[in-house]
Design a protein around this ligand. Structure first.
Ligand SMILES: *Cc1c(COP(=O)(O)O)cnc(C)c1O
Length: 231
């Protein structure tokens, strides 16, 4: 089941890339494994998945301990400052940096542990009140401030699009995130390496790929429905 799902998602990504003149290897599929047991992660691993996404610190740490060490763990959920210390040396990329205070805490812990932490700045493109992420107008300023902090590398931007029936409705938000990304590149800010756009989930990843996603985060489409609150 998991194998078929992964093959289907990879096939869809390849098709979406082809249609938009992109290379399939420029898009990385993150298997979002939150709430799922390690046996299921192992199945995905055996199909070649090396990028896994989790949204809770404790769960990421538990799975990090149990799973092979060549996995790249992506922290995609809202991150509380008091939990940063547990994951700075375990997360390959933190997608959900939405404030200067959080970035400062990550920087501080990274200095302490002598590591460099790669992050994405999360932007609430649709302006939904229920979601975290900085507003579009503040995005550039926030990136400039975060870029001054030691032991942090800003690799790009992330957004969580609204839940919609028709994924076409989210195309505008993916376009918008890409536009902000291009604007930031043109500012040539020191210490900012804009190369990643993390956008698109099970319902809309093909559209996100068409709009330039380099990371898509797919949970349900690989592991099936989640049976308890996972968001
Ligand atoms: C849960 C989650 C996903 C995956 O959602 P699906 O719809 O199951 O693919 C992607 N991104 C974030 C930030 C999530 O929390």
């Amino acid at each position: 089941m998991i194998r078929e799902n992964i093959e289907k998602v990879r096939g869809n990504i390849a098709k979406a890339c082809e249609k938009s003149g992109r290379k399939a290897e420029d898009v990385t599929l993150i298997a979002v494994s939150k709430t799922k047991p390690v046996s299921m992660l192992q199945e995905a691993y055996d199909c070649g998945c090396r990028d896994f996404g989790e949204n809770k610190v404790q769960e990421l740490v538990d799975k990090w301990e149990q799973m092979p060490k060549d996995i790249r763990w992506h922290m995609i959920g809202h991150l509380q400052r008091n939990k940063v210390k547990y994951i700075v040396d375990k997360a390959y990329l933190i997608h959900s940096v939405d404030s200067l205070r959080l970035a400062e805490e990550i920087s501080k812990e990274a200095v302490k542990k002598h590591v460099t932490v790669s992050i994405l700045v999360e932007i609430n493109v649709a302006g939904e009140e229920t979601k975290f992420g900085t507003g579009c107008d503040e995005a550039c300023g926030l990136v400039e401030e975060i870029a001054k902090l030691p032991n942090l590398l800003i690799k790009g931007l992330m957004t969580i699009a609204p839940y919609v029936e028709n994924p076409e409705e989210n195309r505008q938000y993916f376009e918008k995130l890409r536009q902000i990304y291009v604007d930031i590149i043109h500012k040539n800010i020191d210490n900012v390496y804009m190369e990643q756009l993390s956008m698109g989930m099970t319902g809309d990843y093909e559209i996100a790929v068409a709009e330039g996603a380099t990371y898509v985060r797919v949970g349900t489409g690989i592991f099936g429905e989640r049976f308890y609150a996972g968001l």
